[in-house]
Design a protein around this ligand. Sequence first.
Ligand code: A3P
Length: 290
Amino acid sequence: LCRFPLVTVRGVPLMCHIADNFEHIWAFTPDPSDLLIATYPKAGTTWTQEIVDLLLNNGDAEACMRAPTPVRSPFLEIFSPKPIPSGLDLLKKMTPPRMIKTHLPFQLVPLGFWENKCKTIYVARNAKDNLVSYYHFDRMNQTQPEPGPWDSYIHKFMQGDVGWGSWYDHVKSYWAEREKRNILYLFYEDMKENPRREVERIMRYLGLSLSDEVISQIVELTSFKSMKENPMSNYSCVPKLVFDDSISPFMRKGEVGDWRNHFTPEQSKMFDKDYKEKMKDVDIPFRDLI
Ligand code: A3P
């Protein structure tokens, strides 16, 4: 295995195995009952998947374990060398309603999701914590380019020169469409602040009404601690050759504000100035950024 360079598709740098197969991804037609979970990488994808999976299974973790894929739900865009099945192969074998995850920015998501009015949950995380989490992930994920030194990684992130492209464009792309497409736009910081409130918000969006007891159970099962210990959510099933968790674990810290342990005051100031400029056309209520 080697760390492949990124390939740009419609202006967005993607992993080459995804870029090479983008036309297949673009042609995918979901069922109207399918649910899309969309995120910029490291914004809380796995956490949200775990919550949704448990909500759909009335809090029954055993039922979730019988799901057809080991790590919750297929990526819309994972393509792998044959004979390993790709995310699309897995999707086609599953019966709708399917929970599908993607890191594609809004404009690269197949149009069928919008034509069929599929429910979509987007999770966003403040830029600095998202960057820190991505940095550590790029260190351990042997399929993405080397992150290089911390200081230069900050610049790469700011320039959108990382897998899935610009964080700024990504969060803005879904924000702009959230009302028109009925997208549930969530924030990692809100989930940390009051997990129960956010679990209930997702539950209502899905049109479900579960008992208080089941909701409590879901909150407990989706705590950082529970998920770190759970092989269904901690990605320990992924071979070390792909995710080398001796470098950094997938479930790393799960905190808000860890950026303060990484950014120097100068780096933070420089980042803030650039952030202000890049985000001046929107008012997305990110917290814990300064
Ligand atoms: P850190 O690297 O900051 O720890 P994704 O699933 O989108 O790849 O995001 C991974 C990030 O979400 C990691 O952040 C991981 O620890 C965090 N995370 C996963 N499950 C979590 C949970 N239940 N509570 C809080 N953070 C969680």
